[in-house]
Ligand binder design. Structure first.
Ligand code: UD1
Length: 427
């Protein structure tokens, strides 16, 4: 198993390009199942979560080919409707195949995903949505089996709280259901907007009504698509925090500053400053902002954070921000409302010299003067990014084991950071 060895306290400088967004790409890859033909995705990074999703699509009969940052998915020969445990276990987002398979083939079997390092993660709302669209669902032998011999029918679905996964699944089912569907209290994440853009490109009829509701008119069939994937706001945020924690100034390019508003506000409260600009050529009015230069805080102010659905502060940046706040002057608080047990990284950060206590889904962080390098273990994707950030700031050497977690969601992270001046070796 690979480890990272980080020699800490190097200053970072220069420019780094943000990759395509894993959490937007996963549902879009799976949306290709809604049609028969070859769809093309561009700006696709090389990530293990995406490779696992490609395995699942191939298992179902699709052809998936990648070349540089382009992925082609041909779904003409899809003939299997089962997502087996070995694949679902590796890739929780495999549950996304439930909606598209049901909608197109009227049958789907998906292994029940178990819990994972960040919490219990139930799928009851995915199932509730499919039932409202007319599917009959049984759970047996660890598998969800769902069928709708006469096809899905439109319905009214109201989520009791915001769920990204169930919103995506429900949407992918509703676009091919007969009649109209109203989905209430949907997630607003850029990943969902990007899925909506993709489905509309495929010929779906989806309209946003109010801020949180979607109106879908089912169509008989959808067509293949070619689409560029949006930039990864979580990778962008992690890179900005890498600069902030090492008190360095860097520029991130190919990003979408609007998607990072909640993070930038909190980093400004901590004392950082940002310059947002465009690297694009052309008329000033058409130049979309796509890069951010960070000027770090010299002395970090303590900050309080509550994780919330978008546009609130993302749970996927909680761990990384927590590492940063360890070096603040004073006491900070982080309340995790999405996954209250998502604090596995705390004990590892404490091994590096942090002073953090967790109680009732809240981390209380007493600022310390610095981290001191030690051996630590990554427990999940974002927790491993946190340990990398702490290692970059630590005095001495930090060894992080089990970094396979980081390869799930960050493309060539050590290469990107080393190009900025970090000293990270994979061994
Ligand atoms: C969540 C995050 C997403 C993040 C991802 C990986 C939110 C709203 N969602 O998405 O930003 O990228 O984790 O870290 O921030 N739930 C149920 N029943 C269900 C589905 C969900 O109770 O059927 C609960 C979950 O346990 C959780 C909340 O709803 O407490 C939000 O879950 P959901 O958004 O669906 O999770 P992910 O799609 O994994």
């Amino acid at each position: 198993m690979d480890s990272f060895i980080i020699k800490g306290q190097n200053k970072l400088q220069g420019t780094v390009k943000v990759s395509g967004a894993k959490n937007a790409i996963l549902p879009i890859m799976i949306a290709s199942l809604l049609t028969s033909g070859k769809s093309i995705l561009t700006n696709v990074p090389s990530l293990n979560d995406l490779k696992n999703t490609a395995h699942l699509l191939r298992f179902l009969g699709a052809k998936v080919e990648t070349e540089l940052d382009q992925m082609a998915i041909d779904t003409v020969a899809v003939h299997h409707y089962v997502a087996p445990y070995e694949l679902v276990n590796k890739m929780r987002a495999s549950i996304y195949v439930l909606g598209p398979l049901l909608a197109r083939f009227k049958y789907a079997e998906v292994a029940l995903p178990g819990g994972c390092a960040i919490g219990t993660r139930p799928v009851d709302l995915h199932l509730m949505a499919m039932e409202k669209l007319g599917a009959k669902i049984k759970i047996e032998h660890g598998y969800i089996s769902a069928e709708c011999p006469d096809g899905l029918r439109g319905g009214i679905i109201e989520f009791p709280f915001i769920t990204v996964g169930a919103t995506a699944n429900c949407l992918m089912a509703a676009v091919l259901a007969k009649g109209e569907t109203l989905i209430k209290n949907t997630a607003q994440e850029p990943d969902i907007d990007s899925l909506i853009d993709c489905l509309i490109l495929m010929g779906a009829k989806i309209e946003k009504i109010n801020k949180n509701d979607l109106h879908v008119i089912g169509v008989d069939e959808l067509k293949p698509f070619t689409m560029e994937m949006i930039p990864d706001r979580i990778e962008a945020g992690t890179l900005l925090l890498a600069a902030a924690i090492t008190k360095s100034s860097i520029t991130i390019t190919n990003c979408e500053p609007n998607h990072l508003e909640a993070l930038l506000i909190k980093m400004e409260q901590a004392g950082c400053r940002f310059e947002i600009s465009s690297s694009l050529q052309g008329d000033i009015k058409q130049k979309k902002a796509n890069q951010i230069k960070i000027h770090p805080a010299v002395s970090i102010n303590p900050v309080d954070i509550v994780t919330e659905p978008y546009p609130g502060f993302p749970t996927d940046l909680q761990a990384q921000f927590l590492a940063y706040l360890c070096l603040a002057r004073g006491k900070s608080h982080i309340k995790e409302t999405i996954f209250p047990d998502r604090f596995m990284h705390v004990s590892e950060l404490n091994r590096l010299g942090a002073d953090i206590h967790v109680k009732d889904g809240m981390a209380i962080i007493n600022g310390v003067s610095g981290f001191s390098g030690a051996e630590v273990m990554a427990t999940d994707l974002r927790a491993s990014a946190t340990l990398v950030l702490a290692g970059l700031a630590a005095e001495g050497t930090t060894k992080i084991s089990r970094i396979y977690h980081i390869d799930r969601g960050y493309e060539k992270i050590e290469q990107k950071l080393n190009n900025l001046g970090a000293d990270i070796k994979r061994c």
